[in-house]
Design a protein around this ligand. Structure first.
Ligand code: FPP
Ligand code: MG
Ligand code: MG
Length: 344
């Protein structure tokens, strides 16, 4: 028999249901206008045939918070509450992909996950509109849930994504050199979507506020850990292992955790930050300082602390003897560990 302490591949626990979600997503992005239909096809290559990381976490969270046992997996997948929680997974994925379409325009990115970016294929105008289109479809789906608290949670995410992106544009030295500013920006840009969508799963499930907060905390800490590891990988990875150019943050003048930790050991980093690593010499010096310092190690340590807090959030959920529930909680814990040990 399967023991909840045994490792189970988190993805395989919800693989069938992810397929259901993927099929529904496909029908949600169909458009009458051919050019938008093409963009939607791209969305499919990117969002659905991508990692499906967010939908996976949200479906696992749905089961992790279940209070009445399901009879069988098939019953569960088409249960009314479950359908509504799946909708959160779909909306979350649409918001995520919309933000990436806009991000690639802002960043002048040519590629995304190893394929050409939509802006590079069809131009900025269409990429922006395709992102708007996805947001519009996500809004309709969100409204159809008839739950204003959930609408509020996911609308807040949109505000946070934009706020985080604008905070990143700041060229105020006191902002750029500040760890708190950086963590706040990171929450807005990366962790808010996971935090608020996990909370929305709990709210739809009729969970008490305390449980909803644990769900939120899991998403928040997982998102922060994920981004910190990403920041470190930008310095330790290669274009080959990452599937995207290494040192890209530095190249864009963006200060991340490794630089902020290195700044504590090398005050000379300050002037490079202020110049936004403008010249090749600036960038080489910055990389030197990051590598000479404990910056990468400290970034990993901070990521590990957040991963542990994500685990703690799951461990704080009310006890539940159901094997299904325990397996999904275990999978969420494994994901927190995987996030900090990944190399791409
Ligand atoms: C990727 O970051 C970008 C984000 C996580 C958020 C982008 C948000 C906006 C563009 C605001 C508009 C929001 C909506 C909802 C349309 P990155 O550039 O650091 O990483 P990556 O390009 O390497 O993935
Ligand atoms: Mg980008
Ligand atoms: Mg960006």
């Amino acid at each position: 028999s399967i023991n909840s302490q045994e490792k189970v591949d988190p993805f395989s626990l919800v693989a069938d249901e992810l397929q259901v979600v993927a099929n529904r997503l496909r029908s949600m992005v169909t458009a009458e206008v051919p050019v938008l239909a093409l963009a939607a096809e791209y969305f499919f290559k990117m969002g659905v045939e991508g990692k499906r990381f967010r939908p996976m976490v949200l479906l696992l969270m749905s089961t992790a918070l279940m209070t009445t046992p399901a009879h069988g997996l098939q019953d569960l997948i088409f249960d009314d509450l479950r359908l509504r929680q799946q909708r959160i997974a779909e909306i979350t994925e649409m918001i995520h992909v919309a933000s990436l379409l806009h991000d690639d325009v802002l960043d002048h990115a040519d590629t995304r996950r190893g394929i050409s970016s939509l802006n590079s294929m069809m131009g900025n105008k269409l990429a922006v509109l395709a992102g708007d289109f996805l947001l519009a479809r996500a809004s309709v789906a969100l409204a159809s849930l008839r739950n204003t608290e959930v609408v509020e949670l996911l609308s807040k995410v949109l505000e946070h994504l934009v706020t985080g992106e604008i905070m990143q544009l700041s060229s105020e030295p006191k902002d750029m050199s500040n760890m708190d500013y950086y963590m706040q920006k990171t929450f807005y840009k990366t962790a808010s979507l996971m935090a608020n969508s996990c909370k929305a799963i709990a709210v739809l499930g009729g969970q008490p506020e305390e449980v909803a907060l644990h769900a939120f905390d899991y998403g928040r800490h997982l998102g922060l850990a994920y981004q910190l590891v990403d920041d470190a990988l930008d310095y330790t990875g290669t274009t080959k292992t990452l599937g995207k150019p290494a040192l890209s943050d530095l190249g864009q003048g963006i200060v991340t955790a490794p630089v902020l930790f290195a700044l504590k050991e090398f005050p000379e980093m300050s002037k490079l930050i202020q110049r936004k690593f403008k010249t090749a010499t600036d960038r080489n010096q910055a990389v030197e300082m990051v590598k000479e310092s404990r910056g990468i190690a400290q970034t990993h340590e901070l990521a590990a602390e957040h991963a542990q807090k994500a685990v703690d959030a799951i461990d704080s959920l009310p006890p539940n003897p159901s094997l299904q529930v325990q397996q999904c909680r275990r999978a969420l814990i494994d994901i927190a560990h995987q996030v900090i040990t990944r190399s791409k």
